[in-house]
Design a protein. Structure first.
Length: 357
């Protein structure tokens, strides 16, 4: 990622947008804001789950309705506990900062913390936040600030790639991607998670925020994040959105074309009653969704294969989850597992059998 100064005063400290992670190094205080549910705090939750050793506490807003299970503390307490950066780990419609969030960010900077955010509204665009960073010689990092990109060229490049795709938004594509990377590495295979969303960028230490990329450059962004590799390993590319979500299908299609995936891993939440945020749109049938993704992927990867289904069964008990996996396996003739509670061993077996050569 490239650095750029957003400071209106060239004599002040650097206001970093899109810089290397040295500017937002752990340990972290996770800011949950006024998240109304678990999904609204998904950035904080993802960090607390995948990088617990980096997280010292959580800071919740006055109307927050969720928790990531960390000790509640304010910015000064977090600084005393060793925190270096506050992560704005809340997501909301439009990705904007309300007045309470702005006050929390300013307080964190005054307490001596750097601040990093995955919201669409840039930290470096708010005068009060910029002023606080300057007077405290602290850094700001906006994860949704893409690097310079080119349009996709569609030329075949060396290496193997897996892309996670979904029936809907927020069904576990990032979790599945990270869990699959972990499983392949445990088998002694080279594998790298390629982040395309703000949470993944914080976890991986780099990536490209695909939903902040100009539409013409989305496929090029996927090519940029997963360049040629000659070590026989796999890039595990984090999917975004869904081909069946009217709001975000364009992002999903661009990723399918730019990833040039050899393998697709379908992600699904079986308790979902409708597309997220759209009660008038039903969740697509699994086979319909899988076939549409395979058809779209074949434009740049004619030999693409589906290798499994990652099921988010967080809303089900153990027996229900097992029955759901068995039903899907019978429907699609693909291994189906919950990456969090069941692991990814059988899906990884399928990948290795399909690409044994």
């Amino acid at each position: 990622m490239n650095s750029s100064s957003a400071s209106p005063d060239s004599t002040g400290p650097a206001i970093v947008a899109g810089a290397a992670n040295a500017q937002w190094a752990p340990p972290y205080l996770l800011y949950l804001g006024n998240a109304r549910d678990d999904l609204a705090a998904k950035t904080a939750r993802g960090l607390a789950y995948w990088r617990p050793q980096w997280c010292v506490g959580q800071l919740r807003g006055s109307q927050c309705r969720t928790s990531v299970g960390l000790t509640d503390m304010d910015a000064r307490q977090a600084r005393l506990a060793g925190a270096n950066t506050m992560i704005v780990g809340v997501a909301n419609a439009g990705g904007v900062m309300d007045e309470e969030t702005v006050r929390a960010v300013v307080a964190a900077l005054d307490a001596g913390l750097n601040v990093a955010s995955g919201l669409h509204q840039r930290l470096a665009s708010h005068p009060a936040i910029v002023a606080a960073a300057q007077r405290n010689d602290r850094h700001l990092y906006d994860a949704r600030n893409p690097p310079p990109l080119q349009v996709g060229h569609g030329q075949r490049r060396a290496g193997k790639r897996l892309l996670t795709v979904g029936t809907d938004c927020s069904v576990g594509k990032m979790y599945a991607s990270l869990a699959f990377e972990k499983e392949l590495r445990a088998r002694g295979l080279a594998a790298d998670f390629r982040a395309t969303g703000q949470t993944g960028i914080f976890i991986a230490g780099g990536g490209v925020p695909i939903d902040a990329v100009i539409a013409d450059f989305i496929s090029g962004a996927a090519e940029w994040i997963s360049p040629a590799r000659e070590d026989g390993g796999w890039d595990i590319i984090e999917g975004q959105g869904s081909l069946f979500h009217p709001s975000y299908a364009g992002v999903s299609l661009g990723l399918l074309h730019g990833a040039q995936a050899d393998a697709l891993l379908l992600c699904h939440e079986p308790t979902r009653q409708h597309m997220r945020g759209l009660p008038h749109y039903p969740v697509p049938h699994l086979r319909t969704c899988l076939e549409a993704n395979l058809a779209a992927a074949r434009l740049t990867s004619p030999g693409v294969l589906a290798i499994g289904v990652a099921l988010n069964t967080s809303g089900m008990d153990r027996d229900e989850a097992q029955r759901a996996c068995e039903s899907i396996e019978n429907q699609l003739d693909l291994p189906c597992q919950d990456p969090v509670t069941m692991g990814m061993d059988r899906i990884a077996d399928r990948l290795q059998s399909c690409f044994a050569g």
